[in-house]
Design a protein around this ligand. Structure first.
Ligand SMILES: [Zn+2]
Length: 267
């Protein structure tokens, strides 16, 4: 059964929606935290798909090369972490073209996969799929088959499926909904930190019983505490981002001991 490990490779301040004018003065942690994940994956024979921001590749080209040389997949997470539904179609096109170009240059690999920042391909931004296909992407993992307060399309298939776009076919690989809260929570990120690891394990087991893939996601900033002076503009986002960070690595170890994961591959 397919179990996909995915990493949304970004800085804590990208996730925190800190204004980009302030980024240069902030402590960067993506390099050291990604190295922690790479070391963990090496120990368990895990390969992963790294959905990486163009901004990260621009500042850490060596890191992208290291990830690619370790046998992991490189895909795009856009350029500057703006939600798709806040961009014009032309602005979105620029982010997917520019990130693809810099990720291909730094990794030496062809980049054909994409995941939107904040899973922000929703009912009002489905036009993005046409642009992705037109720009040479063949796989997307942006449509969350849930409906929480930030993202998702309730009722969207939880299985890997193909979407017809104006520029051709696109494989959609949804992140898995979390078993007990199927319509609001997902397998990874904040929900992985909030709920006991057994919840993730039961979700994967249930997927296997139903002959369905599992797709897990994590961020490098989730594997260590945030910088002590990290200022997150929204109080709610701050609580959400800081919750139980110290347990992430331990919980991932527990999951990787039970299940073998690989990078996304389409049969
Ligand atoms: Zn992200």
């Amino acid at each position: 059964m397919q179990r996909f490990m995915t990493v949304d490779c970004e800085e804590w301040f990208h996730a925190a929606n800190v204004d980009c004018a302030a980024w240069d003065g902030l402590q960067q942690t993506v390099h050291e935290n990604t190295m922690r994940l790479l070391e963990l994956f090496a120990r368990y024979g895990t390969t992963a798909t790294f959905f990486t921001l163009g901004d990260v590749a621009l500042k850490h080209p060596q890191l992208i090369e290291t990830i690619a040389n370790a046998g992991h997949g490189i895909a795009s997470h856009g350029f500057g972490h703006k939600s798709v539904f806040t961009l014009t179609q032309e602005e979105f096109k620029q982010t997917v073209v520019n990130s693809k170009q810099i990720l291909e240059q730094t990794s030496g690999k062809k980049v054909t996969g994409y995941r939107a920042p904040n899973f922000s391909i929703t009912a009002q931004s489905l036009w993005a799929l046409d642009i992705l296909t037109g720009c040479g992407y063949t796989m997307d993992s942006s449509i969350a088959p849930i409906a929480n307060y930030r993202y998702g399309i309730s009722g969207s298939p939880v299985e890997i499926h193909t979407r017809r776009t104006s520029a051709g076919m696109l494989h959609e690989v949804p992140v898995s909904p979390l078993a007990p809260l199927r319509n609001i929570a997902m397998l990874g990120g904040f929900y992985f930190r909030v709920f006991p690891v057994a919840t993730a394990l039961r979700t994967i087991e249930a997927n296997e019983r139903d002959s369905r893939h599992s797709c897990f996601y994590i961020h490098p900033w989730e594997v260590a505490t945030l910088p002590h002076d990290a200022r997150i503009p929204s109080r709610f986002q701050s609580v959400r981002m800081r919750h139980n960070l110290s347990a992430t690595m331990q919980k991932m170890e527990a999951m990787l001991r039970e299940f073998r994961f690989t990078a996304i591959s389409i049969p």
